[in-house]
Design a protein around this ligand. Structure first.
Ligand code: SF4
Length: 488
């Protein structure tokens, strides 16, 4: 392993920090950035102030995330007293803005698109050698690269695996097709190989990632070059992928996926949910609006009735499956009646959670031409009404689990107690659990009797454990400053 070259020609250790904004895809990309840097001889700094290299992995789905980026870049500017610190802007804003970002923030050394992560060390070496600030934002359309996660020595119970990237859907509010490019798919052998390697290293739950993850098909098959319209319409290759992973990686306990598109929730994918014990009884299925007129303006390519028909079919086939979703309020032209149709859909589908956002116009999206005519105060009021309905449904759902026994995959100890751990139920509820003294159930699937429901989580105990009045404190661990937001 060679260390990065310093300007005086010596090789020395350089410390880095990666700050992440946005969605799971960005969190996943940040891990790959860390791995690429570690392989090139960089080490992770504990604090932002200790880092000679700061990589900001950005999100442009909403205006707020972009404002946070510019504010952070302002703090990292020349006045920060670290003139030799290198600053890299990666992710969706990097891809969207390219060279323009170098003009807006001249102290940025490198602007790096999501497909150019493997080139990061070479570009940093060039910067060290005196190259001017550079924007490298080229899609890998001809030869798509999917970086494999490097195993972290048994410390991880859950992990993400990318199966496709880009998006061909063109929803009118969304910048992703511009920032992530057209759809590219990863061969099944490569996906299954990475998951098997993770499982050997102790990972027990994998979430398959992609912008429209359930549209996946295997690019290495004979069918791959046919346009999608000429491929068998009812056959879901994604369902076949789930079956293959379950068959070939028996160590795996759970297999989730995000984010699916409702159009690709096909009958055989529903069958896979019913047949495969490792696919949990929970689905996050973005709907965005409950009004057909809005869905048309958003170019979502399904109707409210089709959405409900599919989730009902899933819940009939797999009773007890819970649903969560994504919703936008204040999309151009949204009337009170259209918003009420959304509230009505939220009740009818019985969502137990949702990511809800106020519409904000994004440059380069078709919806820009529709204006932004819903006043901010109306957007805020509708968002609050949505939260209120969802809070009631989530609370009722969590309360209904008190006294029941749920299966929990334990992800690790929490910070508050020596015997308290945290995991997720198969329906994705966060469960804090008390383990018997001296037992560490991390990585195991355990039965937990639910004793209490909080606003967003549950508390329970494993057989043989008691819940103390006050947990025994666990020593505090140091944490890096958090500037990003989880879940775009
Ligand atoms: S399917 Fe999702 S990622 Fe693709 S354009 Fe629509 S909202 Fe954006």
């Amino acid at each position: 392993m060679s260390l990065p070259m310093a300007t005086d020609g010596s090789r020395r250790e350089r410390r880095y920090v990666v700050q992440t904004f946005g969605c799971q895809m960005n969190v996943h990309d940040s891990r790959r950035i860390e791995e690429v840097l570690t392989a090139a001889g960089y080490t992770q700094a504990e604090e932002l102030d200790d880092a000679e290299l700061v990589v900001v992995n950005t999100c442009s789905v909403r205006e707020k995330a972009e404002h946070k980026l510019m504010s952070l870049l302002g703090k990292l500017g020349p006045q920060a007293g670290a003139p030799s610190r290198r600053i890299v802007v990666a992710g969706c804003v990097a891809q969207q803005e390219g060279e323009t970002l170098l003009k807006k923030a001249p102290h940025v050394d490198l602007v790096l698109g999501p497909d150019n992560i493997p080139e990061l060390p070479a570009l940093l070496n060039a910067a060290e050698a005196g190259a001017p600030p550079t924007a490298r934002t080229v899609f890998d359309d001809e030869d798509p690269r999917f970086l494999r996660a490097i195993p972290r020595g048994g410390s991880e119970v859950t992990s993400f695996v990318t199966v496709m990237k880009g998006c061909d859907e063109r929803c009118t509010f969304c910048i992703v097709p511009t920032t992530r490019g057209s759809e590219r798919y990863r061969p099944a052998d490569d996906i299954v190989g990475e998951i098997a390697q993770m499982a050997r290293g102790g990972v027990r739950e994998v979430t398959l990632l992609g912008q429209t993850v359930n549209s996946w098909f295997d690019p290495s098959t004979a069918d791959a070059n046919k346009p999608r319209s000429r491929r068998a319409p009812s056959r879901s290759e994604f369902a076949e992928l789930l079956h293959r992973i379950a068959r070939e990686v028996p160590e795996l306990t759970r297999l989730r996926y995000t984010s699916p598109h409702p159009r690709h929730l096909t009958p055989d994918l529903i069958e896979a949910h019913a047949e495969l014990a490792i696919v949990p009884r929970h689905l996050h299925l973005p709907v965005q609006s409950g009004a057909n007129s809005m869905l048309r303006r958003m170019s979502r390519r399904y109707t409210r009735e089709e959405y409900l028909e599919r989730v009902r079919a899933l819940q009939e086939r797999v009773p007890g499956t819970t649903l969560s979703t994504d919703l936008i309020v204040g999309f151009p032209g949204e009337t009170e009646e259209e918003f009420e149709e959304t509230l009505d859909l939220v009740r009818e589908a019985g969502f137990v959670a949702a990511f809800c956002f106020k519409y904000s116009p994004r440059p380069g999206t078709p919806a820009l031409a529709l204006g932004d005519d819903v006043p901010e105060s109306v957007k805020s009021e509708r968002l609050q009404r949505l939260f209120d309905v969802l809070a009631v449904q989530q609370r009722a759902h969590l309360d209904s689990l008190v006294g029941q026994t749920v299966q929990v995959l334990v992800e690790g100890p929490n910070d508050a107690s020596t015997s308290r751990f945290t995991g997720r139920s198969e329906r994705h509820e966060i469960v804090h659990l008390e383990a018997p003294a001296g037992v560490d159930p991390t990585g195991q699937l355990v039965e937990v009797t639910v004793e209490r429901a909080f606003r967003h989580s549950l508390l329970g105990r494993m057989a043989g454990a008691t819940i103390p009045e006050k947990p025994t404190p666990r020593p505090q661990r140091r944490r890096l400053p958090v500037v990003g937001e989880a879940g775009a």
